[in-house]
Design a protein around this ligand. Sequence first.
Ligand SMILES: [Mg+2]
Length: 245
Amino acid sequence: MTAAEPSDVVFLFDVDNTLLDNDQVIRDLRDHLAVEYGEEVRDRYFAIFEDVRTESGYADYLGALQRYRLEDMRDPRVLKISSWLLDYPFAERLYPGALEVVARVVRRGPAVVLSDGDAVFQPLKVERSGLWDAFAGNVLIYVHKERELENVERLFPARRYVMVDDKVRILTAIKGGVGPTRHDRVRAAGTLRPRRGDRRLLPNPRRRRRAHRRTARGQSPRAPHGPDLSSGSSERYTEAARAAR
Ligand SMILES: [Mg+2]
């Protein structure tokens, strides 16, 4: 996992709501609990879930279930909730083109999952979704990833990093929290989630015209700085990276 020589660029990818529609996973869980166990169970579970998230700092579905069970030991049906969670079809929740983007990025440099979560459910999600293999096993899961940058650098040394995450708070913390000498080495990019009317994720017509003029002058259409990933669905990613840096 440790590279001897620093890479030119390492790509760091968040998972939830960046590559995978985790909001839909939560909606499905809410529906499942309401249909199978009733709205009271659903509401109590999610109240505990929020308590656990506040305490631990990350979403802990199984931890919340353990705590819920302590409140309601006499209902054996609760034991089936864990099976539903562990059997969930995560691969169906990847955003369209997510695996293609990752496959293209890994040809440019090492790509790493950098996610927050628990030690059981989150790795399972990464594996079952197909992301574990797509990232060739480069998977880092922490409690507060923005506090683990030195460890990330040690495991994946690079001259530059691109961080892709749906949370502005995380992007800001990572760009601002790595010190003045590292600040310029980190580029922050938004989610791959397609959002209606979000111009940041659409190909930039002005940039496209500029590239066209460069081509007409016999110059490379490649952007003057940064890796060129512009093709197909990667174009969205590139635009997101440039817009957010
Ligand atoms: Mg996220």
